[in-house]
Design a protein around this ligand. Structure first.
Ligand code: ADP
Length: 571
């Protein structure tokens, strides 16, 4: 026999190649049998096309050698049947000289080769070997392509899964870091930890900032407290390991709740362990490497979110303390100030005392400064009340036209000192507004005194009051220096003075506009400024006739946007 590689490698297992030889000439079949008997093939012979088709239905072959000219079912039919059973089955056709054309036709229809009768048996064996080799290569190629496809499918599945997890992690990260309430943040982190790792239960332990002890803050997936306490106790040594080594730990836990496996990950902020996240699952389901990774990633975002929520909580508490302190101090300062003011009034009253001329001026200076101090204290007190939502408001139906008139009259003196004219443009038939007239007077007073403060002498200030949408708009326009667009947004923030130099000409706390904004918002209205440098400013506010109507024309407007509600309704 020639050739060494006779075994067909099929689906990874080596076996002897099996041949089916089909011919109606018995002697030829016998020669085949004799020749291939000693070789390494399993040879089956068929005397007719019908017999071959029957054999192809019951046995598996690697190669078929068939005569083309068979009586009854011919060789081409045998070949097409063999190909329908196994498309990779190689077929060699035998044909006499006269029928070469039929043999070529057979090649077109899928035969591997043809051999002309009479043939040399060694040549025949070589052709058989080549056919089997081709079959082996085809089979290997198919397996290779299949495994390549599986590999590619697996790879794209993994990429899809990793992308999904990354996206989820990003979304979860965004969600937890956008929340500043500690309780809500912790619950959200635990909910997502359990969900993303497909765990059954979870717990978050945080180091108590006062005692330094690790305590369980939130749990998920527990019905009763019994198994919860047991698991907290069982997790204690694992938590210690995690906190000691700053590394996650995967360990089994057993107890009355059954056997569990726990994946405990440290929450690290600025190189310090601030707590742990523990997720628990049954040993069967466990945690895949992906589950473990995702919790480690989530924990790093969770630590930042918890830290931020804690800091925010502390800032809020400090802010409350500050507001309370400011309120108490201002209140305490106001009492002696009222006494000083009263005493000054009496001391400077010529009905009671004879006052030499130089002292009159000194008393004036004293009175002006006591007034300034009083305004300052009142501003601070109002502001601290606004911050803690304790500013008292007494809502009644009022006519903003007459409220504005009264304020203009009160501030007439102030304007006169700078020879400023105050013009009024108050629309007739204004609707009544449900408002606190004292607080609205305070706002108008503030806007008007700012207009006086920031106007050059001998100028003009115009106050307008008009109906706008379902409310009333009040505007105070001056011819002062105006305000740059980039500064307009800052105006309504507390303690904001555009000129912060120590040499600034006009006094004030920088709280006035912040208080105005607070008061107007309490009325469900809006306040804004329209201004340009060198062209003066118009500070205006809009309040709804009734708070329910605040979805008026200015509903989408933000204060200080520089556009009036009317402008907004026009656009
Ligand atoms: P203050 O008590 O300092 O006046 P406000 O909150 O009332 O505090 O005003 C804040 C700042 O806004 C002022 O210091 C000033 O820079 C600017 N401002 C307010 N009103 C006007 C105005 N009519 N023209 C120009 N600037 C103004």
């Amino acid at each position: 026999m020639i050739g060494e590689e006779r075994n067909v490698q099929s689906e990874g297992t080596a076996r002897r190649p099996s041949l089916l030889v089909v011919d109606d000439e018995r002697p030829l079949l016998e020669i085949f049998q004799e020749f291939f008997e000693e070789s390494d093939y399993d040879l089956t012979i068929a005397n007719s096309g019908e017999e071959a088709i029957a054999l192809l239905g019951t046995q598996t072959f690697d190669l078929v050698v068939t005569d083309l000219n068979l009586p009854g079912v011919d060789g081409l039919t045998v070949m097409s049947h063999a190909k329908s059973v196994d498309p990779e089955l190689e077929v060699i056709v035998l044909t006499g000289n006269a029928s070469t054309l039929t043999a070529i036709d057979a090649l077109r229809q899928g035969a591997y080769d043809y051999v002309l009768k009479p043939f040399d048996l060694y040549d025949m064996e070589r052709t058989v070997q080549k056919g089997l080799e081709r079959r082996r290569l085809l089979s290997e190629n198919r397996q290779f392509v299949t495994s390549l496809q599986q590999h590619r499918d697996e790879l794209s599945r993994r990429v899809e899964e990793a992308t999904r997890r990354m996206r989820t992690l990003y979304e979860v990260g965004k969600e937890i870091t956008s929340n500043l309430n500690l309780d809500r943040t912790l619950n959200l982190i635990l909910e997502k930890s359990v969900e993303l790792t497909r765990a059954r239960r979870g717990m978050i332990f945080l180091v108590d900032e006062m005692t330094g002890i690790l305590e369980c803050d939130v749990v998920r997936g527990f019905d009763g407290t019994e198994s919860r306490d047991e698991i907290i106790a069982a997790l204690e040594p694992i938590n210690e390991k995690v906190c000691g080594g700053n590394e996650p730990v995967l360990e089994p836990i057993s107890g009355s709740a059954g056997d569990l496996v726990g994946w405990v990950v440290p929450l690290i902020q600025e190189n310090e362990v601030m707590g742990t996240i523990a997720v628990l699952s049954h040993p069967g389901s466990g945690f895949s490497a992906d589950d473990q990774n995702i919790l480690v990633n989530l924990a790093s975002q969770a630590a930042i979110a918890i830290h931020n929520a804690r800091v925010y909580g502390k800032i809020q508490a400090l802010d409350r303390m500050k507001s309370d302190f400011v309120a108490v101090v201002s209140h305490e300062v106001r009492t002696p100030l009222t006494a000083i003011k009263g005493t000054l009034e009496i001391l400077s009253d010529r009905n009671y005392f004879e006052i030499p001329e130089p002292q009159v001026e000194l008393f004036d200076i004293c009175r002006t400064n006591v007034d300034r101090l009083e305004t300052l204290i009142n501003d601070i007190l109002d502001f601290s009340k606004l911050e803690s939502s304790k500013l008292s408001t007494n809502f009644e139906l009022c006519d903003l036209g007459s409220v504005v008139e009264t304020v203009v009259v009160h501030l007439g003196n102030l304007a006169e000192k700078k020879a400023l004219r105050i013009e009024r443009d108050i629309a007739p038939d204004l609707p009544k507004v449900l408002a606190d007239d004292l607080r609205i007077s305070q706002v108008v007073g503030n806007l008007l005194s700012n207009a006086v403060k920031f106007s050059d002498p001998e100028g003009e200030i115009r106050v307008d009051v008009k109906r706008s949408g379902a409310g009333v708009e009040v505007g105070v326009r001056d011819q002062g220096m105006g305000i740059a667009p980039e500064d307009q947004a800052k105006l309504f923030a507390k303690f904001r003075q555009l000129d912060q130099s120590s040499t600034r000409k006009v006094g004030g706390t920088g709280l006035g506009l912040a208080i105005c904004k607070g008061i107007i918002e309490e009325h469900h209205g809006r306040i804004w400024v329209e201004s340009a440098p060198g062209k003066g400013s118009r500070f205006a506010f809009w309040v709804p006739c009734t708070p329910a109507e605040n979805a008026g024309p200015a509903a989408e407007e933000t204060p200080s946007a520089g556009r009036s509600p009317e402008d907004a309704s026009k656009s």
